[in-house]
Design a protein around this ligand. Structure first.
Ligand code: NAD
Ligand code: MG
Length: 406
């Protein structure tokens, strides 16, 4: 069977997931076509991608980059139309130029375009986990109402998607939330670069050490999230929304080899897992091809060469971000939005060396305590919580610079 034809918008095209998505697309040139490429600010990188993939539209978030994008496209003799800003992106994602959207912008900045893709009923390859953490209920509701098929592009959630029987009977619109007999979800975590360290070992770690992930090559923000275990915390909340499972039925297991991408336990004692090499092209190929299987460029798994699979309990003392995420999920309302926003501010300050590594959980905890949850009744309420949390975390960094100093 041949790959179904897809016109694809790749949002976050210059990033780690965007690059992997374009690699898979290029392997299926007859059927998969990138019609929209969008990036934050790297005009040169975006131009190079336009030259290679010849999309109909290119979007740069940063207005200052627009003239360079437009001129660069003209100089290269490309027919690609240049755009800038979030509104242009939302309009393109909602239009007929694409039927499939790879949502791979990092952070809450991806919310508007991700939501637009869901509302427009597109096939949504969802990597932008922060949008689910921030507005999971609204996003899932919008997808449901518009008949959008969401395929998670997070290795763990993609694994769970593949293991759930309703996803397997799939069809164009696999509803990831309706499944009988599911008992628990077991999310695996690599443990990040600081696995095995105590809290006191972590006071002096640098951004370079934090982004050097042992198993996955990823963008800087998610790499730091992996080092604090906030990434796993965000993924717990992500799993709750995608699969309709409450926090008590989601367990985190540290699995340093990163070969078992997650497991699903059913009421009859069966546990299903998906395994593979740590390469996001597998998840992306699942997203483009589902319910068919298509080539991704990733080799199969040689278990004899790897030899063993280990599992450990996460250390919540050294890595409190995971606990904070479970607590925010249990608190509900605006708490996950506050957690996410405070974390984005803290990670960015850590990467800029304005605060130390342990300030990340401290800032998140402080912000959650300062802004008790209110009902997440509308997108406006969630955006307001996001804004307040960012302001609070920034002020806390300013006031307590001494305490949080790198
Ligand atoms: P990255 O930093 O490598 O890339 C981010 C992309 O987003 C870049 O193309 C950047 O230009 C773009 N961008 C940033 N701000 C923007 C804005 N305001 N408007 C438009 N574009 C903007 O990040 P990544 O590692 O590719 O991660 C992207 C998303 O995928 C994140 O939400 C991350 O959590 C998720 N994810 C990544 C991986 C991975 O293996 N990299 C795995 C699972 C989930
Ligand atoms: Mg993941």
């Amino acid at each position: 069977m041949s790959t179904p034809a897809r016109n694809i918008a790749v949002l976050g095209a210059t990033g780690s997931i965007g690059t992997s998505a374009l690699d898979v697309i290029a392997r299926h040139g007859d059927n998969l076509r990138a019609t929209v490429l969008a990036a934050g600010g790297k005009v040169d990188a975006l131009l190079a991608l336009c030259e290679r993939h010849r999309p109909e539209h290119a979007v740069i978030a940063d207005e200052a980059g627009f003239p360079a994008l437009r001129e660069g496209l003209r100089e290269r003799g490309l027919a690609t139309q240049a755009h800038c800003g979030d509104q242009a992106l939302v309009e393109l994602v909602s239009s007929q130029v694409c039927d499939t959207v790879v949502a791979a912008i990092v952070g809450a900045a991806g919310l508007a375009s991700t939501l637009a893709a869901a509302r427009a009923g597109k096939r949504l390859l969802l990597a932008n986990k922060e949008s689910l953490v921030l507005a999971g209920e609204l996003l899932m509701q919008a997808a449901h109402e518009a008949g959008a098929c969401i395929v998670p592009i997070d290795s763990e959630h993609n694994a769970i998607f593949q293991c759930l029987p309703t996803a397997q009977t799939g069809g164009e619109r696999a509803d990831t939330r309706a499944h009988a007999g599911l008992k628990r979800i077991l999310l695996t975590a690599s443990g990040g670069p600081f696995r095995g360290r105590t809290r006191s070992d972590l006071t002096q770690v640098t951004p370079e050490q934090a982004v050097a992930h042992p198993k996955w090559s990823m963008g800087p923000k998610i790499s730091v999230d992996s080092a604090t275990l906030m990434n796993k915390g965000l993924e717990v909340i992500e799993a709750h929304h995608l699969f309709g499972v409450e926090g008590e039925r989601i367990e985190v297991l540290v699995h340093p080899q990163s070969l078992v991408h997650s497991l699903v336990e059913f009421v009859d004692g069966s546990t299903l897992a998906q395994l593979g090499l740590p390469d996001m092209r597998t998840a992306l190929a699942v997203g483009f091809g589902w319910p068919q299987r298509i080539e991704s460029g990733v080799a199969g798994l040689d278990l004899l060469a790897h030899g063993r699979l280990d599992f450990e309990r996460p250390d919540l003392e050294a890595f409190p971000c995971l606990r904070l995420a479970f607590e925010a999920l249990a608190a509900g309302g605006t708490a996950p939005a506050v957690l996410n926003a405070a974390n984005e501010v803290a990670v960015s300050a850590f990467l800029q060396r304005r605060v130390g590594f342990l300030a990340i959980p401290a800032l998140v905890e402080d912000t959650l305590a300062a802004l008790p949850p209110t009902p997440a009744s509308s997108l406006a309420a969630l955006r307001e919580a996001d804004t307040q949390a960012r302001r609070h975390a920034e002020q806390a960094i300013g006031h307590a610079a001494q305490a949080y100093r790198a």
